[in-house]
Design a protein around this ligand. Structure first.
Ligand code: ACK
Length: 299
């Protein structure tokens, strides 16, 4: 597979955490090949801190192990940014590989949107009251995307389910399970037959075989994320399934419809993100500036 990314063993050692410093707590969630558990990391000097630990399932196969190692490498290459979930350390000695991640106390954006939708049914005012919170989160995700692009990384799975909300409501990009280093890899084929690919968030160049992903592919997905926010966490393209079907629809100029809860201007921004040719899409910086210039685009 396209696994030409490499990191130095010293980069791992620098970030090593002794696994005996972790007190494992409750399960936070399960992904395709691993679990995420809440834990306390003992830090005698700075004080203990709550973290999220990502680890493989006990029966994980080689492909899953490789995937977690790849994710580790990507997070190391990415480096720290306020709007990317932080890697606090890595456990790799005396047991299976584990990632120690910054804990997001408010969970994922998708769940917040579902809660907001439920609240808005009895009280429409919550939408205008909370508008600025969600506008700010979208600006923050854009800042995170700018950082990824400057590190030549493509996330490939930007979606409300992968935006985590930390203390003081800061939005952070999480789950680098599908991320790629475009500098080292550039071109790669879609993993055919993998039902778990986020087809409804993927740019056409990602839906096609032998596709080239660029940071502009993440801009497409960001447009779908804007749509998810305006639709309070509804699933895009209901009833439309299969990469070929979605690709054909996009090729024929079909796009997600304008949500009721966003302005014309905000919908035009989404449409810019969904230009078929990636060269015609704005970059994350341009998208962020447009969001900042239009602080009442949602709800
Ligand atoms: O949507 P969730 O509740 O938030 O379910 C997923 C699950 O684990 C599998 O990824 C949750 N999760 C992942 N990383 C973190 C984190 N750093 N802090 C809190 N929850 C997390 C995620």
């Amino acid at each position: 597979g396209p696994s030409s990314i490499s990191i130095d063993i010293d980069m791992l050692k620098e970030r090593e955490v002794d696994r005996t410093r972790l007190q494992i707590g409750q399960l936070l969630g399960e992904g395709a090949f691993g679990h995420v558990v809440k834990a306390t990391l003992e830090q005698p000097e700075e004080g203990d801190v709550v973290v999220a630990v990502k680890k493989l399932k006990d029966d994980a196969e080689t492909t899953a192990r490789t995937a977690l190692l790849r994710e580790t490498c990507i997070m190391l290459l990415c480096g720290d940014h306020d709007n990317v979930i932080g890697l606090k350390g890595i456990c790799f000695r005396d047991g299976p590989l584990q990632l120690v991640l910054e804990y997001a106390e408010h969970g994922c954006l998708l769940h917040l949107l579902w809660t907001l939708r439920a609240e808005s049914k009895t009280n429409m005012a919550v939408l205008s009251n909370k508008r600025h919170i969600f506008e700010t989160m979208m600006v923050e995700v854009c800042s995170g995307l700018e950082h990824l692009a400057s590190s030549r990384l493509v996330h490939r799975d930007i979606a409300a389910r992968n935006i985590l909300i930390c203390g003081r409501g800061t939005a952070k990009i999480a789950d680098f399970g599908l991320a790629r280093d475009t500098y080292a890899v550039g071109y790669h084929r879609q993993e055919r037959g993998n039902d778990l690919l986020p087809l409804k968030w993927m740019a056409p160049e990602g839906l096609k075989n032998a596709a080239k992903f660029t940071p502009k592919s993440d801009v497409w997905s960001f447009g779908v994320l804007l749509w998810e926010v305006a639709q309070l966490g509804r699933t895009p393209y209901p009833g439309m399934d299969g990469a070929d079907r979605i690709y054909d629809a996009l090729r024929n100029h079909f796009r997600l419809p304008q949500p009721r809860l966003c302005t014309e201007q905000r919908y035009r921004l989404m449409q810019q993100c969904w230009k078929f040719n990636e060269k015609n899409r704005p970059d994350a910086t341009t998208v962020r500036k447009q969001l900042e210039a239009d602080p009442n685009g949602f709800f």
